[in-house]
Design a protein around this ligand. Structure first.
Ligand SMILES: Nc1nc2c(c(=O)[nH]1)N[C@H]1C(S)=C(S)[C@@H](COP(=O)(O)O)O[C@H]1N2
Ligand SMILES: [Mo]
Length: 321
């Protein structure tokens, strides 16, 4: 058996419950929240939702569990899927879990445009079809100075991009999340310039660590984590890893990004994890691993320095933050 974190058969009997049970739980959670009952994410009951489906053909790679240092333990499933940032479903850490359950991520299409010879639309099924899915256990560092270790399932972003034959003009790649306020109710409030937008330099996008993630813990991506497909670039702050992608565009100029548009002094285009460059309102030198009490030091490029430092040779990373 390839995936050993959490088998579908373990989940089926014990946790998949009826819609009524689920609604009752949601009511309970709301009441508990109103009553100010504090609960750790990991003690909350899991709801039943369509996403608890195992993925087939997942292979382990050099980035699987075995490659992580002893002190980097995979976070609990309940933390990975219950403590999220996904403003399309609310700005609280618990909101995506609570509000994204009814989101329907199928059918799904991504439009690939711009400086490439073969632009077009690609369905989620076609996107993932020719690839063997890979498990990649990555450290994940949010700009808010918390972190987790997450076993993603994904495909190489570079392999996908090459299918569209980018041209010489493709210096950057931009990404956009679905814009549909009826399905993503957080978009009814102007907390960001919707749709959520992100971007990478083409060499960053083509780097073997960059993936399009379609699952976690060997299962189909839960809605709150960015179903059905999201970016995962582990040496950058978490907000670069845009969720629920519907558009990818090759372009000559540096793409606009939602967080940079909202606060350019705080969020630059590169957003590489850098303990030496403070956020204007807090230090980035340390982080709290979710599930731990004491802070850890944040490593340069989130610990992926050996793999990615060459991409930024000669650049002043305090200027290009
Ligand atoms: N579309 C979209 N993508 C997004 C976000 C968001 O609000 N909307 N939040 C980002 C931030 S700040 C983080 S830390 C990660 C969180 O990913 P996770 O919830 O799977 O841990 O998603 C990123 N991608
Ligand atoms: Mo974040």
């Amino acid at each position: 058996m390839l995936i050993k974190y959490r088998k579908a058969s373990d989940i089926l009997g014990s946790e998949i419950t009826s819609k009524t049970d689920f609604d009752n739980r949601r009511k309970f959670l709301k009441t508990a929240a109103l009553a100010g009952v504090g609960m750790a994410a990991s003690t909350l009951p899991m709801p039943a939702f369509a996403a608890r489906t195992p993925l087939a053909n997942v292979q382990k790679t050099q980035w699987n569990t075995a490659s992580l240092p002893e002190n980097d333990k995979i976070n609990d499933y309940d933390d990975v899927t219950g403590y999220n940032n996904f403003y399309e479903f609310g700005t609280g850490k618990r909101d995506p879990y609570e509000n994204a359950q009814d989101f329907e991520p199928t059918p799904w299409e991504i439009s690939v445009e711009g400086a490439c010879r073969k632009p077009g639309k690609i369905s989620f099924e076609d996107l993932t079809k020719p690839h063997m899915l890979e498990e990649r256990v990555y450290r994940f560092r949010c700009v808010e100075a918390w972190s987790m270790v997450i076993p993603w399932v994904g495909i190489s972003l570079g392999d996908v991009l090459k299918r569209f034959e980018p041209t010489e003009d493709a210096k950057y790649v931009s990404f956009e999340t679905l814009f549909d306020p009826e399905r993503m109710p957080g978009q009814k409030r102007a907390v960001l310039n919707w749709p959520y937008k992100e971007g990478l330099r083409i060499d960053e996008a083509m780097h073997p660590l960059s993936i399009l993630a379609v699952g976690v813990f060997g299962e189909v991506m839960p809605n709150q984590n960015g179903a059905p497909v999201r970016l995962m670039v582990p040496w950058k702050y978490g907000f670069k890893s845009i969720k629920s992608i519907v558009r990818i565009k090759f372009q000559k100029s540096m793409p606009a990004t939602s967080w940079n548009e909202s606060a350019s002094r705080e969020y630059g285009f590169y957003s590489n994890v850098n303990p030496l460059k403070s956020h204007p309102r807090w230090s980035q030198a340390k982080e709290r691993r979710i599930g731990e009490i004491f802070k850890r030091e944040t490593p340069m490029f989130n610990g992926y320095e050996e793999e990615v430092a060459h991409l930024y040779e000669g650049m002043d990373l305090t200027r290009w933050f």
